[in-house]
Design a protein around this ligand. Structure first.
Ligand code: APR
Ligand code: ZN
Ligand code: ZN
Length: 361
């Protein structure tokens, strides 16, 4: 039987979001209905609302979520009702070339639930990032659910569904930060701070945080940065070189998404160092680099997609590390809010004092 729940809907481009009644159908083959317990507010939700992603309005927002599987459709083997799960953007096929080569995050045949959630009048909703979890319940593909230790706070678990995983994975997976490395992180919002946590976890000896906002640098220090550089007053490339005997960092992680910070990341790396781009550029952005600098300095320029994570490996591992007190994912939860506060949380994003507002249900 289809169910009625409350959910946060973006009705049209730049219109304020509204809490609406959402109809959640029963799960079909390969699908699951999840009772959402927590869902973080991410920039991507704001981009959906602004029409920056596509125009398939109305959207059911929210995609950084954890909850309990309520029911599953026929033939579902991945999860069973009662499982505590973190949701991820897409289920992977497991059999395409990318999946077979151990790179499921580049799967050619990812999927979400095929049935649609609707408004009361039957209007189909587009689920943000194939999830739609600012809602009491949501319908997803069973393969989007990863089971983790249920004793963790849902507000913490949900974070791994997007930004925090992207940042930790940029350091640990994409950048392959190693014991004793020097890492520079440019841009210390939620993603950059998570990259700092990941670098520390990987055993980095020095972590240089770069931002234009002193408050962000203070938080970065509490997350594990050993040095800070305010790049509105100091040239960050010079500063990183100075701190590394004139060389540069072994791994530089860019978590802003602007050409000038991409450039800084490129020049702040040591010879043969790795640059990891996590900040998402807009389609019009270009980066021009002298080829001799690319060639002559060696190393690698990588982009990181969802932290190159394997949800089945990384979600349970990071939850375990958090439960053991070896990383503190709770530090990313600035405030917990209700479904009616998402619009306010969007406004607070620009004020710069929030890492994550998390809707708790
Ligand atoms: N140089 C250094 N830091 C900057 C600059 C700059 N020119 N411009 C902005 N910043 C800092 C901000 O002060 C802020 O601390 O970058 C940080 C960005 O943080 P958030 O806005 O909180 O964004 P976040 O959620 O961390 O995401 C960062 O990663 O995954 C991508 O789409 C995401 O592109 C975005 C980026
Ligand atoms: Zn997100
Ligand atoms: Zn695949």
């Amino acid at each position: 039987m289809a169910q009625q729940v409350r959910g946060v809907v973006a009705p049209g481009k730049n219109e304020p979001v509204r809490v609406e009644t959402v109809i959640v159908p029963d799960p079909g083959p390969g699908e699951a209905v999840v009772r959402v317990q927590a869902c973080g507010v991410c920039h991507t939700d704001l981009h959906y609302k602004q029409g920056g992603i596509n125009d398939d309005f109305p959207f059911l927002l929210g995609h950084e979520a954890a909850g309990v599987v309520e029911s599953v459709g026929p033939d579902v083997t991945e999860v069973t009702p009662g499982d505590f799960v973190i949701l991820n953007w897409r289920a992977v096929c497991g059999s395409c070339r990318a999946c077979r080569r151990g790179r499921p995050w580049y799967c050619f045949d990812t999927h979400n639930a095929t049935r649609k959630m609707t408004l009361e009048d039957g209007t189909e909703l587009s689920a943000a990032l194939g999830i739609g979890a600012f809602a009491e319940k949501t319908l997803v593909a069973a393969g989007q659910c990863t089971k983790v230790d249920p004793s963790v706070a849902p507000a913490v678990a949900g974070l791994l569904g997007c930004g925090v995983m992207a940042g930790i994975g940029a350091a640990v997976n994409t950048g392959a930060v190693g014991r004793g490395d020097t890492v520079a992180v440019i841009g210390c919002g939620g993603v950059g701070d998570a990259a700092i946590v990941g670098s520390r976890l990987a055993g980095a000896a020095r972590i240089i945080a770069v931002d234009i906002d002193d408050r962000k640098l203070e938080t970065a220090r509490s997350m594990g940065a050993t040095h800070t550089v305010n790049s509105s007053t100091t040239d960050p490339v010079e500063a990183v070189r100075e701190l590394t005997g004139g060389f540069g960092a072994d791994v530089v992680i860019e978590a802003v998404g602007r050409p000038e910070t991409y450039r800084q990341a490129f020049y702040a790396r040591d010879l043969a160092g790795t640059v990891v781009l996590v900040g998402v550029p807009t389609p019009d952005m270009k980066l021009e680099l002298p080829l001799l600098d690319v060639f002559g300095r060696g190393g690698a320029l990588k982009s990181s997609w969802y932290g190159d994570c394997l949800p089945s490996r990384d979600f349970p591992m990071l939850i375990d590390l958090h439960q053991q007190g070896r990383i503190d994912l709770g530090a990313f939860v600035t405030e917990t809010i209700g479904l009616g506060d998402v619009e306010k949380a969007f406004a607070r994003m620009h004020e710069g004092d929030v890492l994550r507002s998390v809707v708790v249900l």
